[in-house]
Design a protein around this ligand. Sequence first.
Ligand code: NAD
Length: 441
Amino acid sequence: MSMICRNLIGGELVDAPRGTVTPVYNPSRGEVIAQSPESGVEGVDRAVSAAKTALQSWAETPAVERARIMLRFAGLLEENFDALAKLVTREHGKTLEEARGDIRRGIEMVELACGAPSILMGQTMENIARGIDGRVERHPVGVCAGITPFNFPAMVPLWMFPIAIVCGNTFILKPSPKVPLTPMRLGELLGQAGLPAGVFNIVHGGAETVDAILEHPEIAAISFVGSTPVARYIYEKGTASGKRVQAAGGAKNFMLIMPDADFDAAAGQITGAAFGCSGQRCMAGSVALAVGAAADPMIERLSDTARSMRVGPTDENESADMGPVIDPAARDRIRNYIETGLGEGAKLAADGRNVSPTESADGFFVGPTIFDHVNDGMRIAREEIFGPVLSVMRMEDLDAAIDQANRSPYGNGAVIFTRDGGAARAFARHVRCGMIGINVG
Ligand code: NAD
């Protein structure tokens, strides 16, 4: 029987209440390597109580002292960089290179948090009214909670707790039950860095534990990253009970290719965007909008690259370009989307359904897949697949392509490949999304 993950509460590892468990896989091999328990109301109560006990003295700790602990934490992350990357690869399946990126981007957030003394500076205005001076101060909010997705086991938790903690809050992380091991290691390193017990806590679990967090009156603020339906649920339920909530959801990202683009460079960027982390990224490029004469040369280049990619286990060697997807359910969902695309009349230019891995392994593999002749009415064009499936839509001109991107209910990222400054400018001004790229994937 594989290890059942323990909660980190008040600086101690404690057993979570017994109940349902989620298997944690090594997706490269299909083996269960741990079990993630459901902490529920009882586990969350214990964590909140530890976080509340630690709050007052932590909030009174000068910002510079809090930042010093973050500095030591950043140093420990560097010292443990390779081991952490291997752990991410083991429980997530992404390549070691991708796992290193996960850790590196996370460390950058810790480095940002080390600037707490400046982040926390206030503002003053003398004589804001006769005889009255005004000042703005920043205070901790209290006990905060973070709820994170599976696809970046280190980076997304590190978006949340370093800043919350360095600003004097205490924190409860509920990591994805699919990838609890990396966050647990981060918790150990925080302890080694000298963080007082109870300032950072981990409760494992899924929906039931999330509900306990949403309903707990002593939790003041929640950060969520994950799929859109869950983001909406958490935002609505959390704000209804008076909590501050930030919730980032899913995506469908569009990549426009103009006929004047550098096709070779664009194909490299697009395959990286579509198939990196096996397509399991909120910034994955999932629809290529090929304008006019760009379509045929791009399809040829994209499908050549897709067919030449080596797909395989990532845990014991670095020869694979692309690893598995997270679990059997994800593999089946992605395969179903491929069947759906075929049923809707799209044409497969590269078929990842029966990929042969670089070495024989029972991992959860889906190869790079490209659909041509996709149109707006198809589900594969509209829904987040979260796997290595790229849809190509043939567009008449730039305006039609921008319109197409803007019809999506998602708005995470969009990019254009062109050598024409006017097209790049029109795209950047008129496409509606959060992050815009020009000649980058
Ligand atoms: P998910 O929504 O299934 O899970 C995210 C978290 O919510 C997990 O901790 C999970 O345990 C919890 N959860 C799941 N179902 C729940 C429910 N019914 N009620 C309450 N809590 C629930 O997401 P995932 O599959 O782990 O991650 C992939 C998703 O995250 C994709 O949609 C991706 O686009 C998105 N994502 C977004 C960003 C961003 O910055 N916008 C970054 C990374 C990932």
